[in-house]
Design a protein around this ligand. Sequence first.
Ligand SMILES: [Zn+2]
Length: 117
Amino acid sequence: MARRDWYCEDVLSGKLEVKKIWEDERVLAFHHPHPQAEIHVVVIPKAHVPSLLDPMALDGKLLSSMMQAVQQVAHKLGLDRTGFYVRANAAAPDVTPHMHWHIVGLSSHDLDSSLQN
Ligand SMILES: [Zn+2]
């Protein structure tokens, strides 16, 4: 069963209060309300873009804002010193149907294992 679009319905509507880190007119970056790591941030377009595979995801201004959000989050949260990864999952039935990138800070354990690859 397709997941509910909680980014539009809860976050962008203002129903769910989130801790914003950075935003511009196209993009919002906020702490994930149920973090999977010590630092877990989500970057979403403010307009509804269903997934990475949608033609709207190719918009150059949107992509530039998404990347700027990643850089701003990295600088503001110190991830530029400790390391992080960006994950964009799409197309699976259990993925929220609104384009989103997860920014996850590396723990010291993750950092050790990533250095071996
Ligand atoms: Zn949406």
